[in-house]
Design a binder for this molecule. Structure first.
Ligand SMILES: [Zn+2]
Length: 431
């Protein structure tokens, strides 16, 4: 709905942040007992929504005891996979919203299988509050709205455009993760200084590549007080190199576009679950099974994320936060890096973002050969036209430069027999 040119949902989400951000900053320090109580209240509501209004759960007749409610009731729900939801898509949407116009959060996912989840009304506001809180977890820095930050991600300049841009409303200063190289270094540094930002955000690989370049050139940027990574597996090697150089703890974030759970590392290097946001379980293979406490349109309950965690041996932390420690790290999103025609290193998450634009692609697989050429394998939801395939290749070339791309349509992208996973992006170039 538009009101005098303003999107009312965006406005409501903005107000949600203003009204709730300070509460979330405080609740991270609730005692574990108080946090559990809060979490149980939210869990009860979402499970009631599921069994009373979601056709998939209504037909299961789960006999949830809402009178003597405890977290054990959650175990009565089956684990649901992305394929189950895709197969019964409409029956996962609450009857209250079935006929309404919904807004979606779509994702190509790391399995290369496109999927979209309807967003609850305050979804964006809640997500931002969690994010802002995570940006503030290093005691050296507190984020508040409109403070400047450098964003070394989510920006892919077109040919002829400079590798930087500024979003004045959010005060986000974007630098292209595709162009971190010696030739652009002076421009990047000048831009960072001009921004006066103390927060640097990016993919682990993009911050890692920038760090290596600064190190090589013996350049220090003391203006940056905190570093935040997300959307890729943070390799321990990256963490060490980055923290050694910047002399400050790195805050890493784990979440999915499905918005089920969000987890971040605190300044002591332990991952904390945002317990007000979602519940994390690990199955027998250490797969993250996630329950969203916020999505009342499509409750995602015990959702199999396909991400594999490293179990935590230590469940307490000296930071004194009441937020639980669900795992010690993520093991299953280790992607190879790709190499652009001019030898710039490109994070694979950029390719996932590119592929999100093509819903007719069922799954994809990209292999980069040692000569930098790309083999692209596509399976189809509907028959892909030649123009459609050309558009995909153009999108990839925008990110990878003028490399040779050979595309092949296949019935199915094959699963790795050893890991049981589909690795969507692989590089045969070893760095
Ligand atoms: Zn901690």
């Amino acid at each position: 709905m538009q009101l005098a040119g303003i999107n009312t949902r965006n406005l409501a989400n903005g107000l949600y942040i203003i009204n709730n951000y300070s509460k979330y900053l405080a609740s991270q320090y609730f005692s574990p007992e108080k946090m559990k109580e809060l979490q149980l209240r939210k869990l009860k509501l979402i499970l009631q929504t599921a069994v009373n209004t979601v056709p998939f759960y209504k037909t299961l007749n789960l006999k949830i005891d809402f009178n003597n409610f405890s977290e054990i009731e959650l175990q009565k729900f089956p684990v649901v996979t992305k394929s189950i939801i895709k197969e019964h898509y409409n029956s996962f949407i609450s009857e209250k919203y079935a006929h309404k116009k919904l807004q979606y959060k779509s994702t190509s996912g790391s399995s290369g299988q496109p999927f979209k989840v309807p967003k609850s009304y305050y979804s964006d506001g809640i997500e931002q509050c969690m994010m802002f809180r995570a940006w503030s977890m290093n005691p050296a820095y507190k984020y508040s709205f409109h403070k400047p930050c450098i964003v070394l991600r989510s920006f892919s300049p077109k040919v002829g455009e400079p590798p930087f841009k500024v979003d004045k409303i959010l005060n986000y200063w974007y630098l292209s993760p595709f162009d971190i190289n010696q030739q652009n270094l002076a421009t990047y540094i000048q831009f960072i200084k001009k921004s006066k930002a103390q927060l640097l955000r990016g993919y682990p690989s993009s911050i890692y590549i920038l760090t290596l370049l600064l190190k090589e050139n013996n350049i220090r940027l003391p203006q940056i007080k905190t570093l935040f990574t997300s959307s890729e597996n943070l390799l321990p090697h990256y963490k060490k190199v980055i923290e050694d150089y910047w002399q400050t703890p790195l805050i890493d974030w784990y979440g999915q576009n499905e918005r089920t759970v969000t987890v971040q590392m605190c300044e002591h290097g332990n991952y904390h679950n945002n317990d007000e946001y979602g519940i994390v379980e690990l199955d027998e293979k250490n797969q993250i099974i996630a329950t969203s406490l916020n999505n009342n349109i499509m409750p995602l309950i015990r959702y199999a994320t396909n991400d594999i965690a490293i179990p935590a041996t230590n469940k307490t932390c000296t930071c004194k936060r009441g937020l639980s420690i669900p795992f010690a790290g993520i093991d299953g999103r280790a992607d190879d890096l790709l190499i652009k025609d001019d030898n710039t290193i490109i994070a694979t998450v950029n390719i996932y973002n590119a592929m999100e634009k093509f819903p007719d692609v069922k799954q994809f697989k990209i292999i980069q050969q040692t000569d930098k050429s790309i083999q692209l394998f596509l399976s189809e939801n509907t028959t892909l036209s030649q123009e459609y395939i050309c558009a995909i290749e153009m999108e990839l070339k925008q990110r990878l430069g003028n490399v040779l791309i050979t595309t092949e349509i296949v019935n199915e992208i094959e699963r790795n027999k050893n890991t049981e996973k589909i690795k969507s992006i692989e590089s045969l170039i070893k760095l």
